[in-house]
Write a new protein. Structure first.
Length: 426
């Protein structure tokens, strides 16, 4: 199995240097095939397309994409669960992941074991292109959804070694854990790395000398990038990914923009119902080309960016680059002693009975967690939410967990997962 994986990885690696015209041709064929597959095999898409009067034979050129009805998270959440899975796939045999619910409403995402392998290979392609080696020890700063004690046989032989550091621990404890393993590579949430860099600055220097640092999970703002690079003395490379599809785009050693994985995704940038022009900002619409079990076609994300450009990159990769202007944004929470706490650390969405949630912090010692009930809800749901939030936030806060009938949206129309009214979210 591993030799097959290595062979397939070498093929994905070759894609990085294929001529752009060849990549685009492959990408468009994959898009047409996926739309046709969804029409034939996925009840949700058959219904959407019939309601819009669309059939796959109308999709002849990229200009025809506007005929294809877009989707969004709410479409999948409101649909019959069986209607989103392609015929021939069985839910119990699929891998289930749940989005973090960055807008307060998580979504169950299903994909095959083969999809997981593919996602892993694409992820490794990013890391290796940025200089990571097969035997470099990686420290993964993660929440409990991703941490595991399991080790593959190749890891026991010293290949792709990995250690997990719990993102909910204090920066002091995280730094101590990193000192114990002394990783060559650190991979984690941008906010976690920023807090860790702050701890390094307090100490007056870093006890660690990693060769590579990768951030993910939330977009890396310029000030946090500078702080992390200054603290650890190494360039940061950011990876833009989604639970719905894996790693979408990534920074290379040149660091100018994000290379789009065009062998895995089809990207559109929507400017009010039309394609955005060169350099014009618009909202991201994405199609996951490599997954069939639960396809995401013309899936509206809401992040704002400019269209990909095919300008040559000094790193040698021929994939187009895009510029992310404004990504997913949450307020920071604060512990009772004033320490910042990343919203991505919480796994409230994974607690049984939680449909949606929102956390509102009025003061350093006051936090309200609003829960919209879902299947399996009981009073124990609120109890488990309270236990988890207290574990992450630490002592000194009054944490109120309440059941609500609805979670209101902001005037912008977005439902924010976290609202901090402390006024010190810089």
């Amino acid at each position: 199995m591993y030799w097959t994986g290595l062979k397939y990885y070498s093929l994905t690696r070759r894609n990085l240097r294929l001529p752009p015209e060849r990549l685009k041709a492959r990408q468009w064929r994959a898009m047409q095939e996926l739309v046709d597959f969804a029409w034939r095999k996925v009840p949700l898409y058959r219904q959407l397309y019939e309601s819009a009067g669309f059939t796959p034979d109308q999709l002849r050129t990229p200009e025809d994409l506007l005929r294809v009805p877009p989707t969004r998270k709410a479409v999948f959440q409101q649909a019959d669960p069986d209607s989103v899975i392609a015929r021939g796939y069985h839910r119990e045999a699929l891998i289930r992941r749940r989005t973090s619910g960055s807008t307060g409403s998580p979504l169950n995402v299903y994909y095959t074991p083969e999809d997981r392998i593919y996602r892993t290979l694409i992820h490794l392609r990013i890391l290796f292109h940025n200089g990571m080696g097969w035997r470099d020890l990686m420290a993964h700063i993660s929440d409990s959804r991703h941490a595991t004690d399991e080790r593959y046989s190749f890891q026991k032989l010293g290949f792709l070694p990995k250690e997990f550091v719990y993102a909910a621990d204090s920066p002091e404890d995280q730094l101590q854990a990193l000192e114990a393993v002394r990783p060559a590579v650190i991979y984690g949430y941008a906010s976690s790395l920023a807090l860790l860099a702050g701890e390094v600055e307090k100490r007056g220097g870093s006890p660690l000398r990693p060769r590579r640092i990768f951030t993910t999970g939330e977009l890396l703002n310029p000030s946090d990038r500078v702080r992390i690079e200054r603290a650890f003395g190494v360039q940061v490379r950011d990876i833009y990914g989604l639970v719905e599809g894996g790693d979408v785009a990534w920074q290379c050693p040149a660091g100018d923009g994000y290379h789009l994985n065009v062998d895995s995704f089809y990207i559109e940038v929507d400017a009010g119902g039309r394609p955005a022009g060169p350099g014009e900002a618009g909202r991201l619409v994405i199609t996951n080309l490599h997954s069939r079990a639960m396809p995401f076609i013309r899936y509206e994300i809401g992040d704002v960016l400019t269209p990909p450009q095919d300008e040559p990159c000094p790193c040698g990769c021929t994939f187009p680059r895009l510029q992310v202007i404004q990504g997913r944004a949450d307020d920071w929470l604060h512990s009772a002693d004033g320490q910042k706490v990343s919203p991505l650390i919480f796994v409230v969405a994974s607690i049984p009975g939680v449909m949606q949630y929102r956390m509102v912090q009025e003061a350093y010692d006051q936090l309200r967690v609003e829960i919209l009930p879902g299947p399996g809800y009981s009073e124990e749901t609120l109890n488990q939410v309270g236990i988890h939030v207290r574990e992450v936030m630490g002592p000194g806060l009054t944490i109120e967990t309440v059941r609500v009938e609805a979670i209101p949206k902001d005037p912008s129309g977005k439902m924010r997962r976290v609202i901090s009214r402390i006024g010190v979210n810089a």
